[in-house]
Design a binder for this molecule. Sequence first.
Ligand code: HEM
Length: 150
Amino acid sequence: MSDFFENLFNHVHNAVTHFPIALLFVSAGMDYFAGKRPGLRSGAWLLLVLGTLGTVAATVTGLLAHLAYEDDSILLSAIDRHQYLGFATTALFVGLTAWRWRSMHRGSDVGGTRVYLAVALFGLAVLGLTGFVGGNLLTEWGIGVKGITR
Ligand code: HEM
């Protein structure tokens, strides 16, 4: 049973990360195409909030997943790049969500404006890079993969 929890603790990050990646890309797409359709606009807002919560969950679970490599400086330096990209992604989307939330409380949603979409696009580029570098931790470095003998 303890093996089960150790496994869950070490690998829950891999499951969690798919949520912010999917939700935030769809949120920006919905904002881009929403035009004057309020349903799409509020859907984009909901996905932004859920996706941003997902980045926070990814950061927490990522920090937990990396603990197993604390004593290996080479693997740790590979993880570091991904870690800082993850922090940047999270900060960008928390900032975007806070900005949009404030604008909505002042009566005019910034979602879908050019500046908003430009920041969201930049955030998605950093998020995409974070995911790519994260995937490389498994495929190039074998981090989080139990060795198999053939
Ligand atoms: C927005 C934040 C983050 C996103 C979107 C993200 C995304 C990813 C992705 C897509 C993978 C590959 C998973 C797979 O192929 O199954 C991964 C792996 C990994 N990430 Fe992150 N990550 C984030 C933050 C962090 C942070 C802050 C750390 C802390 C060091 C971290 C540590 C790891 C580790 C150690 C792995 C290797 C696989 C494992 O042992 O779970 N991640 N990440």
